[in-house]
Each structure stands twice: as structure tokens, then as C-alpha cells.
Design a protein around this ligand. Structure first.
Ligand SMILES: Cc1ncc(COP(=O)(O)O)c(C=O)c1O
Length: 377
């Protein structure tokens, strides 16, 4: 399969870039002794799990189907966490997970009898401190429902579980800021942690960012694990797949209303939702800061404000030209939707030997099936 023959829109995952991140994950594991489980909420494209499996210890999840997917397609340790489980969910998941982490003491009390003897029991705690650029993604935001606050912990509950999970970072590229959070957890919850077997410190630690001091992070995690005699886990999502994947689109029209807009055959609302939710403009491979030709890269959805970014180019854009929207793996393929009946991007992997492998492709029947399977008589 030749790249230039592929029909846009499509995602292209690059194996070499993925391995670059995974080698950093391996280094972190070697230094720290921590185990790393992939956060499926961020990236669940199981067609490339064979590349990831040798480097990580398993998966963690946010809903019952992710648990099943992790168990079926990744193996290793399967961590099950959800902000709110129904009893049916717990029964479905208990047999296939290794650790079951409840979000509240009430869920733990209601369902522990289903899990006991099957999986290790855990509880999410909320440290009340965090590192997150946006309030929407801040687990320690005011009135947060995520995990148990320190002053709500029933001390006797700690003796009846095996571990706890904290998640308080979002794209944290500052190792010192992370170590400060680790220290805060150690002093605030230390007496509890000493009584447990494992502690998960969640995701959001951007240890694959260029220049990140992995050694410092690893050393701090090792010291934490030794101090409290626990197995430490991290739950990376974005750090594993950052900068590995382009969303490739084609310019289908160029319109002008004071500024030029290149309309492409994709939409943030359907194919790159976080661009819209977090108002974080995408980057385009072909753009150039010095370029004098400026365009809004606009989507083909009906939403007036749906755009990928504003970018400058050295040459005027042309209809039919392909553009590569960079860094499009995390929280994209897991959030694809059929809004406007747009064509869903295919998914490919560019292997280290140059081969292009198709992982997924969608058609009209998938769209139709997602809306109804049966009609009223
Ligand atoms: C509990 C938990 N673990 C792990 C992650 C993964 O975070 P990231 O993709 O930023 O590493 C998240 C993200 O929201 C999370 O809520």
C-alpha cells in the first residue's frame, strides 16, 4: 500500500515514533521499579498493541468495555476503574480484572463482596492537590467527584483493601512539580499507604516530553515505593502515544470572508474532539511560522466555530492538497463520532520497515448501524 494512494481522512500511526516513547517508558520502569499500565481511555487502537505489549505491564480502564478490551487484546495486568459502576458492570468485570478500583467508599461497600477472592481491591483517593492546565481536566477542582477526600476516609476501610489510586496530573511536563505532589501525598496519606500493597499514581505525567528528566522522576518514584513499601503503578495514556500519529486530511474548498479558510474533509467535532473541548489549536506539518499565506484550517462540519487552527504557509494552499494534523493519537480515535454523517477516518500504521498496514476502515453501513438497527413496524 502506497501512502499517496490512501483516501483521506485517515490516521497514520508511526511505529518508530511509538517505539521511541516506549523506550522512555522502559527506562522509567528500570529506574523506578514502577509498573506502567496503558490508560485505554486515551488510546485503545488495539491493532498496534503488539508493538506496545513488550514494554508495558497491562492496561487500565474507565468503563466496563475497556476492561474487556484490555483483557482480550493486551493481557498482562488488567486494572478496572470507573467513576460509577452498576452492579451488572461489577459482575461482568470482576472475573477478568486483576485490580478493581472503586471511586467511593459507598461503591466499595456495596460491591466488595462480588470482587473479593477474584481481584485485588482498591479505592481512589483525591489528594486535593493537582497539576492541570484547565479546570475541566482538574481532578482536584472544586466539588470534585473523583475519589475520596482525605477527611472523608474511614480509616478501617484502608485495612480492608489492597491499594489506592490517585490521579491528579494532566500533561505535567515539570518533574519538580510532580515530585512536590508526590511529597504532598506521602505526608498527607503516608500512614495509610504504609498499610497497603500497591499505590497507583494515575496518568498525566509527561515523561516522554523532550528534555524531561526521567532519571529524577524514576528516582523519586523508587524512593516513594521504598518509603511506603508498596508497588507503584503509573497509568500513562498521552505520554505513550504523543507525537506518534497524524490525522491526514484533504483541502476540499477555500473560501474567503476577510480571512481565507481552507475547508478540509474532517472535523474537530467528529474526529479530533479535544481541539474543540479544550480550545487547543492543532498543529499542521506543512505550516511555516514565517509563511505569509495565512489560513484558518476549517472543518467540514456544520458547527460555525469548528476549526483546527489558524496557520501560515509558504505557498498558497490548493484544493486537493493533503495536510497532516500532527499529534492526533490521544483522545481522538477513542472519541470518534458520526456527527453530520461525515466519513470516518480510516486508521493505518506505518511499520518500521516502511510497510503501511490498514487497522480500520468504516463505511456507510457502520454509520447507519450506529443509529438504528431495527425500525418500528
Ligand atoms: C484515572 C486516570 N488514569 C490515567 C489517565 C491517563 O491520563 P493521561 O492520558 O494524561 O496520561 C487518566 C486521564 O484522564 C485518568 O483519569
Amino acid at each position: 500500500m502506497q501512502k499517496h494512494q490512501l483516501k483521506t481522512p485517515y490516521f497514520m500511526i508511526n511505529e518508530d515514533k511509538l517505539i521511541e516513547n516506549l523506550e522512555k517508558a522502559k527506562l522509567l520502569k528500570d529506574i523506578s521499579g514502577a509498573k506502567l499500565v496503558l490508560a485505554l481511555k486515551c488510546f485503545s487502537t488495539w491493532g498496534v498493541f503488539d508493538i506496545i505489549k513488550p514494554y508495558l505491564d497491562g492496561t487500565t480502564s474507565s468503563g466496563p468495555y475497556e476492561v474487556k478490551l484490555g483483557h482480550e487484546t493486551f493481557g498482562g495486568e488488567t486494572h478496572a476503574y470507573s467513576v460509577g459502576y452498576s452492579e451488572d458492570d461489577v459482575r461482568e468485570v470482576a472475573d477478568i480484572c486483576d485490580k478493581m478500583i472503586f471511586n467511593s467508599q459507598s461503591q466499595l461497600a456495596a460491591y466488595r463482596h462480588i470482587v473479593e477472592g477474584k481481584a485485588s481491591l482498591g479505592l481512589r483517593l483525591n489528594p486535593g492537590v493537582s497539576y492541570a492546565g484547565q479546570d475541566l481536566a482538574n481532578p482536584a477542582r472544586k466539588f470534585s467527584r473523583l475519589g475520596v477526600q482525605v477527611d472523608h476516609i474511614d480509616a478501617s476501610v484502608i485495612d480492608s483493601i489492597d491499594g489506592v489510586m490517585f490521579h491528579m496530573n494532566c500533561e505535567n511536563k515539570d518533574v519538580d512539580a510532580f515530585v512536590a505532589l508526590l511529597d504532598a501525598i506521602s505526608s498527607q496519606f503516608g500512614a495509610y499507604l504504609d498499610r497497603l500493597d500497591w499505590v497507583s499514581l494515575g496518568g498525566g505525567v509527561f515523561f516522554t516530553w523532550p528534555g524531561y528528566d526521567i532519571e529524577k522522576l524514576g528516582t523519586a518514584l523508587k524512593a516513594f515505593a521504598e518509603k511506603h513499601a508498596v508497588q507503584v503503578y503509573l497509568e500513562p495514556g498521552e505520554a505513550i502515544i504523543t507525537k506518534t500519529t497524524d490525522l491526514v486530511v484533504t483541502v476540499v474548498d477555500i473560501v474567503e470572508n476577510q480571512i481565507k479558510t481552507a475547508i478540509v474533509d474532517s472535523a474537530t467535532e467528529a474526529h479530533r474532539l479535544d481541539t474543540l473541548i479544550y480550545n487547543e489549536p492543532a498543529s499542521v506539518l506543512e505550516a511555516s511560522e514565517q509563511g505569509t499565506h495565512q489560513y484558518v484550517i476549517g472543518s467540514c462540519s456544520c458547527l460555525a466555530g469548528d476549526q483546527f487552527c489558524v496557520a501560515n504557509f509558504d505557498q498558497p494552499l490548493e484544493i486537493g492538497q493533503k495536510l497532516h494534523i500532527l499529534d492526533s493519537a490521544g483522545y481522538t480515535m477513542v472519541k470518534l463520532n458520526w456527527f453530520n454523517g461525515l466519513k470516518m477516518p480510516s486508521v493505518y500504521c506505518e511499520r518500521s520497515n516502511g510497510d503501511i498496514q490498514k487497522l480500520n476502515e468504516f463505511g456507510y453501513q457502520d454509520f447507519k448501524r450506529s443509529l438504528s438497527q431495527w425500525s418500528v413496524e
